[in-house]
Design a binder for this molecule. Structure first.
Ligand code: CUA
Length: 156
């Protein structure tokens, strides 16, 4: 083997390793993208308005006194726009998008979610203090993004 052929072999080997490396990175990114975040359910984003319980967004009271709130986010509002719950209510928020990625953020609570079309995201918070809470879309979603918000009223 002369020196020239030896170098070519290493060059070929290097390129092959690079290709394999990039393939692994690419697959990891792809696998990451297709795997659901823990506990998320899938939903057809084109059929949100026909898929229970998102066909009737809003509040449900459970037998143990806690609540479930079903929300649909779409450009540029939340449905329901206003949610009213009593002080002390534990509310589990189920949120999905009918179009693009949105945010679901209620300052001064545990609620801070991304809303991804095709998925239902879930978080709970117990509203121990009465008052008005803002619900804010904190993922850029288009021209009306800064006007996309809702309200949670916690009544004493
Ligand atoms: Cu919806 Cu930003």
């Amino acid at each position: 083997m002369n020196v020239h052929r030896y170098e070519r072999w290493w060059l070929t080997f290097g390129i092959a390793m690079l290709v394999i490396f990039l393939a692994i990175i690419g697959f990891a990114a792809f696998a990451d993208h297709i795997n659901p975040p823990t506990g998320m359910r899938q939903i057809d984003p084109t059929k949100v308005s026909q898929t229970p319980p998102f066909d009737k967004p809003g509040l449900r009271k459970l037998g143990d006194g806690s609540y479930e709130a079903y929300y649909v986010a779409k450009v540029f509002n939340f449905d329901p726009a206003i949610l009213t719950v009593p002080t002390g209510a534990k509310v589990t928020f189920y949120v999905t998008s009918a179009d693009v990625v949105h945010g679901f953020f209620i300052p001064n609570t545990d609620i801070n979610m991304m809303v991804i079309p095709g998925w239902v995201n879930v978080e709970s918070h117990t509203f121990t203090r009465p008052g008005e809470y803002l619900l804010i879309c904190h993922e850029y979603c288009g021209i009306g993004h800064q006007n996309m918000f809702g309200k949670i009223e916690v009544r004493s």
